[in-house]
Design a protein around this ligand. Structure first.
Ligand code: TYM
Length: 338
C-alpha cells in the first residue's frame, strides 16, 4: 500500500523512439486522459533520454519528441491541467537517476525481461544506458513522489523495480522518503499484440509496418492492415473462454473492446458466432472513427513545432517546481553537499 502521506500523483512517459502506435494509445495515452481530473495531479513526459539508449538519428529524435507530444495533446492531454514536458529539459531526472544507479543492484537489473529481449544474444555490445534504463525510469517516477503509474503490461516489471528501489533507499537511509508506487494496469488495452503474430507485442520498432497501426495511418491503411491481420480459420467465439490459445483472435477482440470502452465479453455478446469478414470491417470502421480526429489534430499541431516547444518548455518549468525540492532533499538525505 502507498503511504497515506503522499498526495495522489500520476506520472507516466513514452519514448520518442519512433511514431506512436495503437499500443501506446490504448495501453497508455487513452488511460492517461481518463486519469485527468480531481482525483490526481497528472504529469506526463516524453522520455527522450530513454530513447537514446539505442541509436537515434538526431533530427529524427527531435521530430519524434514533438510528434509524441502532439499525439498526447491531440488525444486529450490538457496542458493546462496536466504537466506535459520532455525529460531532457528537467536535468533532475539524470541527477536522481545516478543516485538510483547506486541503490539498484546488478542482480535486479539482470532480471529485467525487457533488457534481455532487447539485448538478445548481443548483450556485450548494447549501451550501458540500456542496462541502467530501469533505474532512470525509477528516477522519473520518484522525482515527483508519484503514487500511480499507468502503463501497459510490458512496463509493469519496471514499476515493480521502482518500488524495490524506493524501499531500499528508504531502508538504507531510515526515512520513509519515497512512496511505493502502484502500477496501474487494467483493462483490455494493456497488451496490444502485433497484427501478424499475436504472440509478440505491437511495437514502434517492429520490422514490418503491416504489423502495427500507427497513430498517423490514414483510413485506407488502417482498413488494409486489419483486413490482412492474421487470424485463424474459426470465427468469433460466443465467450471469452473460446479465445484461449488463439492469440490473434483475442488481440482483435481486445482492440475492439479497448477502443469502444467495453469488456471483451460485451464485444463477444455482439459478435459471437460472426466470421472475420464481418468483424474486421467493423473493427476498421471503429478504429478510423476513433483515430481519424486524433491524427488530423496531430498533423495540425505538428505543423507548428514552435508552439509545441513552447508548451513543453512551460511544462518543464512546472515539473522542475516539483522535482527540484525533492532532489534537494534527496541530496541532503544522502549527505551530498550542494
Ligand atoms: P514505451 O515508450 O515503450 O511505451 C509507452 C507506453 O505505451 C505502452 N505500450 C503498450 N501498451 C499496450 N500494448 C502495447 N503493444 C504497447 N506498447 C507500448 C507501454 O506499456 C507504456 O506505458 N520505459 C517506458 C517509458 C518510461 C516510463 C517512465 C513509463 C520511461 N520512464 C516512467 C512510466 C513511468 C517505455 O519504454 O515505454
Amino acid at each position: 500500500m502507498t503511504s497515506p502521506s503522499f498526495a495522489p500523483r500520476v506520472f507516466s512517459g513514452i519514448k520518442p523512439s519512433g511514431g506512436l502506435t495503437l499500443g501506446n494509445y490504448l495501453g497508455a495515452i487513452k488511460r492517461w486522459v481518463g486519469m485527468q481530473g480531481p482525483d490526481f495531479e497528472t504529469i506526463y513526459c516524453v522520455v527522450d533520454l530513454h530513447a537514446i539508449t539505442v541509436w537515434q538519428d538526431p533530427a529524427e529524435l527531435a521530430a519524434a519528441t514533438r510528434e509524441v507530444a502532439a499525439g498526447m495533446l491531440a488525444s486529450g492531454i490538457d496542458p493546462e491541467h496536466s504537466i506535459l514536458f520532455n525529460q531532457a529539459a528537467v536535468p533532475e531526472h539524470v541527477q536522481l537517476g545516478w543516485i538510483f544507479n547506486c541503490v539498484a543492484r546488478v542482480g535486479w537489473m539482470n532480471r529485467m525481461t525487457q533488457f534481455k529481449d532487447k539485448a538478445g544474444d548481443n548483450a556485450e555490445a548494447v549501451s550501458l544506458g540500456l542496462y541502467a534504463y530501469p533505474a532512470l525510469m525509477a528516477a522519473d517516477i520518484l522525482l515527483y513522489h508519484a503514487t500511480h503509474v499507468p502503463v501497459g503490461e510490458d512496463q509493469k516489471q519496471h514499476v515493480e523495480l521502482t518500488r524495490d528501489i524506493a524501499q531500499k533507499f528508504n531502508h538504507d537511509f531510515g526515512r520513509e522518503f519515497f512512496p511505493l508506487t502502484e502500477p496501474v494496469t487494467e483493462g483490455p488495452g494493456m497488451r496490444i499484440m502485433n497484427l501478424r503474430d499475436g504472440t509478440k507485442k505491437m511495437s514502434k520498432s517492429g520490422e514490418s509496418d503491416m504489423e502495427r497501426i500507427n497513430m498517423l495511418d490514414d483510413a485506407d491503411t488502417i482498413a488494409k492492415k486489419f483486413k490482412k491481420a492474421k487470424t485463424d480459420p474459426e470465427g468469433l467465439p460466443e465467450d471469452v473462454a473460446g479465445l484461449k490459445a488463439r492469440p490473434e483472435a483475442k488481440n482483435l477482440v481486445d482492440i475492439y473492446a479497448a477502443l469502444s470502452d467495453q469488456s471483451a465479453e460485451a464485444v463477444l455478446a455482439e459478435f459471437g458466432g460472426a466470421g472475420w469478414g464481418r468483424f474486421k470491417p467493423a473493427l476498421a470502421d471503429l478504429a478510423v472513427d476513433k483515430l481519424a480526429p486524433i491524427s488530423s489534430e496531430m498533423r495540425r499541431l505538428m505543423a507548428d513545432p514552435a508552439e509545441i516547444d513552447r508548451l513543453l518548455a512551460r511544462g518543464a518549468e512546472r515539473a522542475r517546481g516539483i522535482a527540484a525540492p525533492i532532489l534537494k532533499e534527496t541530496y541532503e538525505i544522502v549527505g551530498l553537499v550542494s
